[in-house]
Design a protein around this ligand. Structure first.
Ligand code: ATP
Ligand code: MG
Ligand code: MG
Ligand code: MG
Length: 496
């Protein structure tokens, strides 16, 4: 049955409220009092104090729809059906209250009774040691053994020491058309056929400093279901970007760029990148993170610039991203009023950042393209030279004589750094453009130059700072990025 994303979000909260859960609003994307995290990346992240017992929750059962950002998925965006940089995690949590039995039963009832998904298309994974979870799925829920797959690391959740435990993931079979066709394809395969929708984590151990796992006195449940993924299933579309959460953003971009989604693969990738990144950026700015050069702020800058460049690839010459912010606010505003309330501000910030990058994008791309052409020609020449050298027994070195072993073209760290420093090209953007031409980038060389520049800036700061009270302490201060005026968009954020 077709349901809007908003209806699914509400149905999830209503269902768990009816099961005794307290609904809490989404926390900010910026972690509070948690230096280990750059962004809130899971529903449980803002609830950590409840998990490790530092604080007692108002209610032992909680339900949330939490906005999350995962930077490890940036490269997946546009290429898989299921990843965004920002997504909403629907989660139900138990703090010392119910455990595996109820967690599994609730999830099953929600999917098959509330959403009315076909139970035959659902399969699960459990940790190979977790006989309990296996028995609940098999005997109580009635999933046949063939559709319960035993897993290893993917089915054990832990970060360093502390509370941890096995998890069980639920997959929906989208059909052979989505599959990789490998004989090993099944739940957990990286292709898009068996779509991972929900992860149920059973926190039952404490990992001790000596590496031992001891049973916890109070066991917790932590679950997370991606709203965009479950929506893609309910709306019967082939990927998250075709749901009502993204379609209007793509439609607005199609109108601006005069292109059509679905006409070719590469166009779709750019449209998806733009839709994803502008949404993430709008939310991050709404939560007080401005584009800048460090930490969170730099991630926002990178996403913005990558989106601007994707727009350019679609043929858009003028600033346009900022216009999409209002579309994001229309889609998300009911559940995330902050985006609607701060729309003017968000729009202005995006516009400034766009204008600023557009000033150097063309020139930088020209420079980069000429370097890439040079490199590829150099490699070709070397390859031909090597072949000729072979025949004549001339000066060619042994390595270059190995048949077919033409040296791989690599853009130098110096060039990548110049693009960064003078033209504002984040390293990953340079890498992306270079990869389109089959060229790698010398990242180490780049990072070394970046470090040298930082070192110079540091010593200049210290030389200027005659007082030098407690340099170390000053450097450790983490300042929240804040808006300092339209002509100075930099943030003085984080020394990490
Ligand atoms: P995947 O293997 O598909 O990358 P995951 O195992 O990393 O997902 P979990 O950490 O288990 O994901 O998070 C719980 C749920 O959150 C997932 O089952 C999925 O529905 C959703 N999710 C995770 N990452 C993303 C993302 N980048 N975009 C959209 N939804 C996501
Ligand atoms: Mg992942
Ligand atoms: Mg996974
Ligand atoms: Mg998972």
């Amino acid at each position: 049955k077709w349901m809007s994303a908003e209806e699914i979000r509400n149905a999830f909260k209503d269902y768990f409220v009816s099961q005794g859960h307290l609904a809490l609003p989404s926390a900010s994307l910026v972690p509070h009092n948690d230096p280990t995290l750059l962004w809130i990346n899971a529903g449980m992240a803002p609830l950590k104090p409840y998990f490790d017992g530092r604080e007692i929750p108002e209610n032992p059962r909680i339900v949330t729809a939490q906005k999350c950002i995962r930077t490890n998925d940036i490269e997946n965006v546009g290429y898989t059906a299921r990843h965004q940089t920002m997504f909403e995690m629907l989660g139900n949590f138990s703090f010392g209250d119910y455990f595996k039995d109820e967690a599994i039963s609730f999830a099953w009832e929600f999917l098959t009774k509330v959403l009315e998904l076909n139970p035959n298309l659902l399969s699960v994974t459990v940790h190979h040691s977790d006989d309990e979870a296996f028995a609940i799925w098999n005997e109580k829920v009635g999933i046949p053994k063939e559709r319960i797959v035993l897993g290893e690391e993917d089915n054990f959740w832990e970060i360093g020491e502390g509370p941890c435990g096995p998890c069980s993931e639920i997959f929906y079979d989208r059909g052979v058309a989505f599959g990789c066709g490998q004989p090993t394809c099944g739940p957990g395969c990286d292709c898009d056929r068996f779509l991972e929708v929900w992860n149920l984590v059973f926190t039952q151990y404490n990992k001790e400093p000596n590496g031992e796992y001891t049973p916890l006195p109070k066991r917790n449940i932590d679950t997370g279901m991606g709203l965009e993924r479950i929506t893609s299933i309910m709306q019967d579309v082939s990927n998250n970007f075709e749901t009502d959460l993204f379609r209007p953003i793509i439609a607005a971009t199609e109108a601006i760029a005069k292109v059509h989604y679905g006409s070719d693969r590469q166009t779709d990738v750019w449209l998806k990148i733009i839709a994803d990144h502008v949404r993430t950026v709008a939310f991050a700015i709404g939560d007080g993170v401005l584009p800048g050069n460090e930490g969170r702020s730099y991630i926002i800058r990178r996403l913005l610039r990558r989106a601007v460049r994707s727009g350019r690839k679609l043929g858009v010459e003028k600033p346009f991203l900022h216009q999409l912010a209002s579309v994001v606010a229309d889609i998300m505003g009911n559940d995330y009023p902050e985006v609607r309330e701060k729309l003017d501000f968000i729009t202005r910030i995006i516009r400034m950042e766009e204008e600023r990058f557009l000033e150097t994008l063309t020139e930088g791309e020209q420079l980069l393209q000429s370097k890439l052409t040079e490199l590829k020609e150099g490699v070709q020449a070397a390859a031909t030279g090597a072949k000729e050298g072979q025949g004549s027994g001339g000066t060619a070195t042994k390595e270059s004589q190995v048949a077919g072993a033409a040296p791989e073209p690599v853009l130098s760290g110096t060039d990548a750094f110049r693009l960064y420093d003078t033209f504002g090209f984040p390293l990953d953007l340079t890498e992306e453009i270079a990869a389109e031409a089959g060229v790698k980038v010398d990242k180490e060389g780049f990072n070394q130059l970046l470090e040298e520049q930082r070192e110079r800036a540091r010593s200049a700061r210290h030389a200027a700072d005659g007082m030098n009270a407690d340099r170390g302490a000053l450097e450790r201060i983490t300042v929240e990025s804040k808006f300092v005026g339209y002509d100075r968009l930099e943030t003085d954020s984080t020394v990490v």
